[in-house]
Design a protein around this ligand. Structure first.
Ligand code: MN
Length: 302
């Protein structure tokens, strides 16, 4: 099933239009992967400037193909995010962070992915992992890097909290088919970020995501653009059964929980450290992004 992205102009990001393929009206999650944004390649003259904002109940994965971003967060982290290096921020009970793209000669080209935390660990202490040395492999006409989980026996050291796979896969322009094994009890998605692909017989254009339901044992990949190398992100996991309430930057389980974390973020100055889980930090962006008004209807879990 092909999931076409919708264009999202993020109020929190200047000059960057994002193609969002998950959540999709046809599919909300792939395993615990619950948010797939593809942005760029775009010039960095405007920069991507995201002032301090909060998250709960999720992990964010920022993965660059080109460019550089400075990440700061309320744990005190200050991290340059570079292509080929994995950055996973675990929000758990609550974190705030900012992102500032670094002006330079390279374009900015990246994906940002969210992983829903299972109920048993969603209130865990926040954490930030920077992993510069990920396992790489070559297999038939593929070269790959394992971000999360394991593929072909290559394991990522990243800590996640459900059965999950994330990998970057590359093929030269217009190459022969390559086959990877799949777990029939998992579901998968292949996001094309450059070039064009045929995925188990289906043509997939750039920024589109081909969803593979459980039951398949093989992934057949083909690079179909004769002039452009193919770059993909492979996502997979055991289908995530818990019902989520995703609103703005929060993942909770009920409307009441969303009301509470929104209040704790917007009113943290008056609530103080005892009344709010969110704390401030210093960065090169300045300011912070208030949570928008809640809709007039009760948010439902899905
Ligand atoms: Mn964020």
């Amino acid at each position: 099933m092909l999931l076409e992205p919708r264009l999202v102009k993020l109020s929190t990001r200047t000059g960057v239009e994002v193609r969002r393929s998950i959540p999709n009206i046809r599919k909300r999650t792939i395993g615990a992967w619950c948010f797939v944004d593809h942005f760029g390649p775009t010039t960095q003259t405007d920069g991507m400037v995201v002032a301090a904002h909060p998250h709960t109940g999720l992990q964010t994965v920022t993965w660059l193909f080109e460019g550089a971003i400075e990440h700061r967060d309320s744990l005190g982290t200050s991290q340059q995010v570079a292509p080929g290096q994995l950055n996973i921020m675990t929000a758990g009970n609550g974190i705030s962070h900012s992102e500032l793209s670094q002006v330079g000669p390279a374009a900015l080209h990246a994906v940002q992915l969210w992983i829903a935390l299972p109920d048993a660990v969603r209130h865990m202490q926040p954490d930030f992992q920077h992993i510069a040395d990920l396992p790489t492999f070559t297999h038939e006409n593929l070269s790959g890097r394992v971000l999360i989980g394991q593929l072909l026996g290559f394991h990522s050291p990243a800590r996640v909290h459900s059965e999950l796979l994330g990998a970057e896969l590359r093929m030269p322009a217009g190459t022969e088919i390559s086959i990877l094994p799949l777990r029939p009890d998992w579901e998968y998605g292949v996001l094309v970020v450059q070039g064009s692909a045929r995925v188990n017989g289906a043509d997939v254009a750039v920024s589109n995501l081909e969803y593979l339901a459980p039951g398949q044992t093989e992934l057949a990949l083909e690079s179909t653009d004769p002039n452009e190398p193919l770059v993909m992100v492979l996502l997979g996991g055991r289908p995530f059964e818990e019902r989520l309430v995703m609103w703005w930057n929060f993942i909770e389980r009920s409307h009441a929980e969303i009301v509470r974390v929104r209040h704790e973020w917007n009113e943290r100055e008056s609530l103080g450290q005892k009344g709010s889980r969110f704390s401030d930090f210093v960065d090169n962006v300045g300011g912070w992004i208030p949570a928008p008004d809640l809709p007039n209807v009760e948010l439902k879990s899905r």
